[in-house]
Design a protein around this ligand. Structure first.
Ligand code: PAF
Length: 281
């Protein structure tokens, strides 16, 4: 695997593959890779001849009081895992390569509406940071397809909307969430949890399963949401949001909606966990 922070080197390698008539898939990450990320690489290899991965802890998507400095940087272990998974090119830029003029002078991408509620409301500026870095990375790597985890459901919708709105010539694919045996969705932030908190955190998936079953069998949605949130509070969480929405546009549910998604964000101690579950009724 070639590892480089150099934009020209990334472009030259991808151009060479394309000139040979070969396809390229891209997996953007912030590093501290777990099985969810490795699954993205494995899935990427099923869809293209070559896989490019980026590791960049993007300062633009972190709020003032968030964990930018504490975010785990584990490049050596990440590299080994990527080589084993079959990635061939790893892009590891620094903030000054990506934002040479500094964040205040940086042109940004902002997707309207879909990112306004939920994580967008709790983390102002977060989706602007995500859309901007993903747009930049797409322009640097110039892959045919990019893969993202469905765990970040709203993020995936923001990225899909951005690619469509800006006519970016890339296919966006969402890959199902990989979970621990307990049901806890894999996330780099799980590393902040104590062993006891990890056990508590399994309640999120159990709660979503019950809520989906209740809504699917026709129970009142607002009441079912309230019961689910109360269950999580009893399990030790501080709630950010828990909501059942239209899975396609995240709008409040109408009687005609059949494809639904549960979106959850909640704190265990200082750690903010998010998860989601799609289901139909
Ligand atoms: O999901 C992530 O790890 C990040 O938000 C992403 C898409 C790599 C952009 O920094």
């Amino acid at each position: 695997m070639i590892t480089t922070a150099n934009i020209a080197e990334i472009r030259a390698q991808v151009k060479q593959w394309h000139m040979q008539g070969e396809t390229v898939a891209f997996v953007p990450t912030m590093g501290n890779l777990h099985n969810g990320h490795i699954t993205l690489v494995t899935e990427a290899l099923k869809r293209a001849d070559h896989v490019v991965v980026s590791i960049f802890v993007n300062p633009m998507q972190f709020g003032q009081n968030e964990d930018l400095d504490a975010y785990p940087r584990t490049l050596a272990a990440d590299s080994d895992a990527l080589i084993n998974a079959g990635a061939e090119l790893l892009f590891t830029p620094t903030p000054s390569i990506i934002y040479p003029k500094g964040l205040a002078q940086q042109t940004f991408v902002e997707v309207p509406n879909i990112g306004d509620e939920f994580c967008g409301a709790s983390r102002p500026g977060h989706f602007r940071g995500v859309a901007t870095i993903v747009c930049k990375l797409f322009n640097i790597v110039q892959a045919d397809v990019a893969l993202f985890g469905r765990k970040d459901y709203q993020q995936l919708m923001v990225i899909k909307a951005m690619a469509e709105d800006l006519s970016l010539p890339i296919e966006i694919i969402g890959i199902d969430t990989i979970r621990e045996a307990s049901g806890l969705a894999m996330s780099s932030r799980n590393g902040y949890l104590t062993a006891e908190q990890k056990q508590q955190a399994a309640a999120i998936k159990q709660c979503m399963d019950k809520l989906a079953a209740d809504v699917a069998c026709g129970k009142n949605i607002a009441e079912s949401e309230a019961i689910a949130a109360e269950t999580l509070v009893k399990a030790g969480f501080k709630m950010d949001y828990l909501s059942v929405r239209n899975a396609t546009n995240l709008a409040p549910i109408t009687n005609e909606d059949h494809n639904l998604v549960i979106l959850v964000a909640a704190y265990l101690g200082n750690t903010r966990l998010i998860d989601n579950l799609t289901f139909s009724r």
